[in-house]
Design a protein around this ligand. Structure first.
Ligand code: ATP
Ligand code: MG
Length: 235
C-alpha cells in the first residue's frame, strides 16, 4: 500500500554540516498490517511520518501509494488518496469548532461524530461545539485528532506516539481502537510495550540505520537506551 524506496532525509546543522536523519530506507507497508516504529529520541521516527505525509521532502528516494508515485504530491493530494495522520504534537487552530473539523474529515451526522469521539473516550455533547484551540488539554487535542482520523476512514493511518499525553483511559482502549482498523495500513510510532505487542512488524530506527522484522523477533532486540557516558565519566 505504502512503499518507500531508498528514502533519505538530512538537515544542515548550525555549522552548515550535513546530518543524516533517514538513510536509504526501503520498506513496504502492507494493508491489514500494523507496523510499529520505535527507537530512541531523535532517531527520525517523526521525520519518517512527516515525509510519508508530504510535510517534509526527502533528499532522495520515492514514496508509492499503491502504484502511484506520490513523492511530489502535496499534503492535500495525499490526504485525498486516503492517507491520514495524527501528529506527535497536534496542531490546534483558533476559531474552528470540533464539529466543523469532524465534518471536513468525513463525519456525516451527529451520530457519526458521536461514534468517532466515543471511540477515543470523549462524549460528543461536551466537545462538538468547542473550538479546536489551545484551551484544550494536550490529551484532549490528541484524542480529537485521532477522532478526525477515524472520521476520515481512509486507507493509511499514520499515528505518531498516539499514547503520549493520554491518561489511563488510554492504552487498552487505544490498543483496541487500532486493532479494529484491521484491514487498513497502520504505521504507528510508539514506545509503549502494549502497542508494540499488537504490531505485525517492528521497525527500529537508530544511529546506524534501521532494522525491520516480525514483532516477536524485534521485541527482543529493543534494549535499554545507552547514553554516551559523559556524565558517568565525570569523576
Ligand atoms: N532543522 C533541523 N535542524 C537540525 N536538526 C534537526 C532539524 N530537524 C530535525 N532535526 C533533528 O532530527 C532528528 C530526528 O527528529 P525526529 O523528530 O524525527 O525524532 P524522533 O525519533 O521522532 O524523536 P522523539 O522520540 O523525541 O519524538 C532529531 O535529532 C532532531 O533534532
Ligand atoms: Mg517524534
Amino acid at each position: 500500500m505504502i512503499k518507500i524506496n531508498n528514502l533519505s532525509y538530512s538537515v544542515k546543522n548550525l555549522n552548515n554540516e550535513k546530518k543524516d536523519i533517514l538513510k536509504n530506507l526501503s520498506i513496504n507497508f502492507l494493508p491489514g498490517k500494523i507496523t510499529a516504529i520505535t527507537g530512541s529520541n531523535g532517531s527520525g521516527k517523526s521525520t519518517l511520518i512527516k515525509t510519508i505525509m508530504g510535510i517534509l521532502k526527502p533528499d532522495y528516494g520515492t514514496i508509492f501509494f499503491k502504484d502511484i508515485n506520490i513523492t511530489d504530491f502535496s499534503i492535500t493530494e495525499r490526504a485525498k488518496l486516503g492517507i491520514s495522520v495524527a501528529f506527535q504534537q497536534p496542531i490546534t487552530f483558533k476559531g474552528i469548532k470540533i464539529k466543523q473539523l469532524l465534518e471536513v474529515a468525513g463525519a456525516k451526522s451527529f451520530n457519526d461524530m458521536c461514534l468517532c469521539l466515543s471511540k477515543v473516550g470523549l462524549c460528543a455533547k461536551d466537545y462538538i461545539n468547542r473550538y479546536y484551540d489551545s484551551n484544550l488539554s494536550g490529551g484532549e487535542a490528541k484524542r480529537i485528532e485521532l477522532a478526525m482520523c477515524l472520521a476520515k476512514n481512509g486507507e493509511v493511518f499514520l499515528f505518531d506516539e498516539p499514547e503520549a499525553g493520554i491518561d489511563l483511559w488510554s492504552v487498552d482502549n487505544l490498543v483496541s481502537l487500532i486493532k479494529n482498523l484491521k484491514d487498513k495500513t497502520i504505521i504507528i510510532v510508539s514506545h509503549q510495550q502494549k502497542i508494540l505487542e499488537i504490531a505485525d512488524e517492528i521497525l527500529i530506527l537508530n544511529d546506524n540505520g534501521y532494522e525491520i522484522g516480525p514483532q516477536n523477533i524485534m521485541l527482543n532486540k529493543i534494549k535499554p537506551i545507552q547514553t554516551c557516558g559523559v556524565l558517568g565519566d565525570q569523576k
